[in-house]
Design a protein around this ligand. Sequence first.
Ligand SMILES: Nc1ncnc2c1ncn2[C@@H]1O[C@H](COP(=O)(O)OP(=O)(O)O)[C@@H](O)[C@H]1O
Ligand SMILES: [Mg+2]
Length: 245
Amino acid sequence: MALHGPGGEDGTVQGLLEILGLPYTGSGVLGSALAADKVRSKWVFEAAGIPTPAFQVLEPGDGPGTVVLPAPLVAKPPAEGSTIGIAVARCAGEVAEAVAVARRHDPRVLVEAFVDGREVTLGVLDGEPLPLVEIVPEGGFYDYEAKYTPGRTRYLCPAPVEPAVARACERAGLAAYRALACSGGARVDLMVDRVGRPWVLEVNTIPGMTPTSLLPKAAAAAGLGFDGLVQKLLDGARTKTELGR
Ligand SMILES: Nc1ncnc2c1ncn2[C@@H]1O[C@H](COP(=O)(O)OP(=O)(O)O)[C@@H](O)[C@H]1O
Ligand SMILES: [Mg+2]
């Protein structure tokens, strides 16, 4: 599985392959569908006791005046990726504009407390954590440009954080992967706040797999080269019916 976006990573193609009885890599129908919806992911995280930033869901028709979370906050379309449609409101006066930006992509908007701190991502391979990666965008925000323009962001692996912080990120990230019923390779995006607490943002069930992407970087830091990583992902390919899910 290397299909990004609607139909490819939301459980649709996975369901088709289940019916055809064809093995495939990565998460099954349930894990793919849950992870593709940031709102439902967060409901599961909360229910499972996994730290995720405080949030509020604006249904279609709920104006910015219904936002009760205090700024700074982040507004996101619940089913996008690549930081598309994500806007930060640094103060109350910026909330309406941030909600409007997210709404251009989805009538439902996820409003989330802004976590001031460092950004990390945890690669997970068959339920096992890979070394943590710290993401340091040059411009301060990990937006589309920072993600896909070479040189705009520094990636530090293993992340130069205190061992206790790395362990806490690992615990939270693995718990998120399990809570959403993920399998195979995945990547959990987290923020680490000023006192070293991890906050799970989302799980990516089809992480980028270019040679410069983050899952391959994390695997390399664990001594697993790109070909070895691809081989391991393929070795794990099966139908989820076989997995008993
Ligand atoms: N609550 C938050 N606090 C601080 N930064 C955030 C928050 N949510 C998202 N971001 C920033 O926006 C980026 C994209 O958000 P994310 O939820 O991972 O969505 P996606 O990667 O699917 O677009 C993150 O990598 C992070 O840099
Ligand atoms: Mg992300």
